[in-house]
Write a protein that binds this ligand. Structure first.
Ligand SMILES: Nc1ncnc2c1ncn2[C@@H]1O[C@H](COP(=O)(O)OP(=O)(O)OP(=O)(O)O)[C@@H](O)[C@H]1O
Ligand SMILES: [Mg+2]
Length: 454
């Protein structure tokens, strides 16, 4: 039977130093890594990790420097032997494998992309891309073909004969990615693979990875200490602290329901407007009427709900548009029997339910009635009144702004507060360009969460 999980990790520990087994025993009894272990000459790098990585997902491991991320990922392909616990790859416990079998595993099933690309300086881009295949002893012709193909995937087809030094940092990183792709493994481990890149290039390679992933559906474990990168790439994110995984969830779950204060603090200054979606801020629409109702029904609902327009739905609750009070009154005078002829679009703009909050502002500003949120089937899922969006942003920024920070300080980049938003969207001519800027700036990974030098 095909399992959905590509990797399964159970009670996994890695303790460096002598007496590692003793340390695991203490930890299993609940000792914290810095407390009772103090007497032992050990470092507990990974403590009781338990998780599954599903086939085809990007699983991000995020945590501060020293939290155990690299140690963890190196146990996933057998580069490090766990002190305790198991790692199953496609159902096989690799902790029991002999060295030769482990090497085969790394050739055939799991490739790794490193932070500093590990390119060979005197070999061509093509040879670098095919390097894993060379190590695997594949014939030259096959190597070249697969390396070419991988270079094409990462947009470097014209560069095969160049040397690494002739490429920019982002291009070199893509060669590293091409090498892993050429190897043709289903699982890719990426340890801080993009961390050495400057922010704009970093976003480019992130986009590229997401595009490739949409096409190839690899299983990817991606390590980063950058929260925004984690949120952008991860289908699910594991947060590590002091060797332990303290939470696993989607970006939205981690933001809206952090499992403890540590995670809450960790995510405090992420740009929530890019993570939270329309469906997380929408409200139940007050007045919804079926298109087959008469204009009198619409008028009464408008009166009862004290709103300026009713939301009209048709078969299967599909959203058709709105009818305003004036339109309804006129239809009553004209003796119309249903709303079919008078329902119109535009009075309430629509957004898809998975639209990031950051991208709703324009629709909200232009929409006389609360924006209609539409699900994948075209149904009316909810509405977002302007005031709701503003107050949602208000609470986002209240959460996000550390109380040691002056409220204004966070405004420009990561924190589209109500005040700035109004200012930004108010003048009609100020247009898209102005609105674009904050979102882009905000999405740049600020170098943070780490004591590491940039
Ligand atoms: N070979 C080793 N011998 C002894 N201790 C080690 C070894 N490798 C790592 N450690 C320790 O284990 C802990 C976890 O290290 P690890 O490299 O896994 O962290 P990390 O989360 O990858 O950090 P970074 O973000 O800086 O890469 C650290 O305290 C580190 O000092
Ligand atoms: Mg590391």
């Amino acid at each position: 039977m095909e399992t959905v999980s590509a990797l399964t990790v159970k009670s996994l520990y890695k303790v460096y130093g002598n007496r590692a087994d003793k340390a695991v025993e203490l930890l299993r009894d609940g000792a914290h890594r810095d407390e009772k272990l103090a007497g032992l000459p050990v470092t507990a790098a990974v403590i009781d990790a338990n998780f599954e990585v599903r086939r085809g997902e990007i699983f991000v491991v995020m945590g501060l420097s020293g939290s155990g991320k690299s140690t963890l990922i190196r146990m996933l392909n057998g580069l490090l032997t766990p002190t305790h616990g198991t790692v199953e790859v496609d159902g096989v416990d690799i902790t029991k494998l002999k060295p030769a079998a482990l090497r085969r595993l790394r050739r055939e099933k799991i490739s790794m992309v490193f932070q500093h690309f590990a390119l060979l300086p005197h070999r061509s881009v093509l040879d670098n891309a095919g390097y894993a295949l060379e190590v695997a002893g594949r014939p030259r012709a096959e190597r070249r073909e697969r390396a070419q193909q991988a270079l094409r995937m990462v947009g470097l087809d014209g560069w095969a004969d160049k040397l690494p030094q002739e490429l920019s940092g982002g291009m070199r990183q893509r060669v590293g990615l091409a090498r892993a792709l050429a190897a043709g493994t289903d699982i890719m481990l990426m340890d801080e693979a993009f961390s050495a890149l400057d922010p704009l290039i970093r976003r480019e390679v992130q986009d590229q990875l997401l595009e490739l992933q949409a096409e190839l559906g690899k299983t990817i474990v991606f390590i980063t200490h950058d929260l925004n990168e984690a949120m952008r790439l991860g289908d699910r994110i594991a947060v590590m602290r002091d060797g332990r995984i303290v939470q696993i969830g989607t970006a939205e779950e981690i933001l809206t329901d952090p499992s403890n204060d540590y995670v809450a603090q960790f995510v405090a200054d992420v740009d929530r407007t890019r993570i939270l979606t329309a469906s997380s801020v929408m409200e139940r629409p007050l007045g919804v009427v079926d298109v087959n109702s008469g204009p009198r029904v619409a008028s009464r609902v408008l009166r009862d709900t004290q709103t300026s327009a009713v939301y009209v739905t048709g078969r299967d609750k599909r959203f058709l548009g709105t009818v305003t009070a004036d339109e309804a009154a006129r239809a009553v005078r004209d003796g119309k029997q249903n709303l079919q002829e008078i329902v119109s679009t535009g009075y309430a703009r629509t957004v898809a339910d998975d639209t990031p909050v950051a991208d709703i502002f324009a629709a909200c500003a232009e929409s006389p009635a609360p924006v209609a949120v539409i699900d994948a089937a075209g149904r009316l899922a909810g509405v977002i009144p302007r005031v709701t969006l503003l107050s949602a942003l208000g609470s986002m920024s209240a959460d996000a702004t550390d109380d040691t920070t002056a409220p204004g300080a966070a405004v420009p980049a990561t924190d589209p507060s109500p005040a700035t938003e109004t200012a930004r969207t108010a003048p009609a001519g100020s247009g898209a360009a102005t609105r674009e800027v904050p979102a882009q700036v905000a999405a740049e990974p600020p170098a943070r969460l780490t004591g590491e030098p940039a």
